[in-house]
Design a protein around this ligand. Structure first.
Ligand code: PGA
Length: 256
């Protein structure tokens, strides 16, 4: 894993935007894995401001709530449309988000995996991290080999996300999410985390054992995982000096 520590959330988003922009420019037909939540919002704003050409880009989102349609304001379809897709020139047919209203969700999950495969796999997958270590909606105890499937949210995640819904009673219990095995097969992952409330989950993911109790720790098994943090999210890591030294002394051909 490569740990990049930036002074604040805005600088962490700048770094993430640079990594995404480099890929969009160098590979105009790249396949991007995208995420929702508060953390990626500044990144999406910076990518919009960069005025990149998205006409050949394909995207796959990590997850969606079951039982709410694309027009529901808290659906991840609406989130992506409002915060990114409506403001770049991506082709609607190149956008993929799990369908929370699918009549046969299990068949839909299998088809989603097949679409990722047909697109040639995901070049760069953006991830947030839950306070419980979840990536996508792979909650603690998720199989580290899991594929896209239906999951039940923990009470902690439902209460973390209640702020978007006007109360945790409104947050759906079930979701469709890419699996940890799906995420591990992407060519590169970029986990972006900011804020003190993520520090414990980040420390477990980076320096703890690989365990399904902290699903993000599975990224230790990924051959190309970047973890981009602000100081607060990095505050419980024990080896920050080493991570900073590695980043500051990268050989020129590895510079971001
Ligand atoms: P957040 O969510 O960015 O809203 O904190 C992250 C996540 O749950 O993956």
């Amino acid at each position: 894993m490569e740990i990049i520590i930036q002074p604040d959330a805005d600088a962490a988003a700048d770094m993430a935007a640079r990594i995404f922009a480099n890929l969009i420019i160098s590979k105009p037909d790249a396949v991007l894995g995208l995420a929702t939540g508060s953390t990626p919002l500044p990144l999406y704003r910076k990518l919009i401001a960069a005025g990149l050409d998205w006409s050949g880009i394909t995207t796959f989102n990590l997850d969606e709530y079951i039982g709410i349609g694309p027009d529901h304001p808290q659906s991840y379809h609406a989130f992506m449309q409002g915060n990114l897709f409506s403001q770049v020139n991506i082709k609607p047919g190149n956008i993929h988000i799990p369908d929370g209203m699918a009549s046969d969700p299990e068949a839909h999950c299998r088809a989603y995996e097949e679409k990722i495969r047909q697109a040639g796999g995901i070049d760069l997958q953006l991830l947030g991290i839950g306070t419980d270590g979840h990536i996508g909606f792979n909650e603690p105890t998720s199989s580290l080999a899991s594929r896209t499937r239906i999951k039940t949210l923990t009470e902690r995640t439902r209460s973390d996300n209640a702020r978007f819904f006007g109360g945790s009673g409104e947050v759906p219990f079930h979701v469709i999410t890419m699996g940890i095995g799906t995420i591990l097969q992407t060519r590169k992952v970029l986990l972006l985390a900011t804020g003190k409330n993520k520090a414990r989950a980040v420390a477990g993911a980076v320096e703890g054992p690989v365990t399904s109790m902290n699903p993000a720790s599975a990224l230790q098994l990924h051959p190309s995982a970047l973890v981009c943090l602000d100081e607060d999210a990095a505050s419980e890591l024990t080896r920050c000096d080493y991570y900073r030294w590695v980043f500051d002394n990268k050989p020129s051909w590895q510079k971001i």
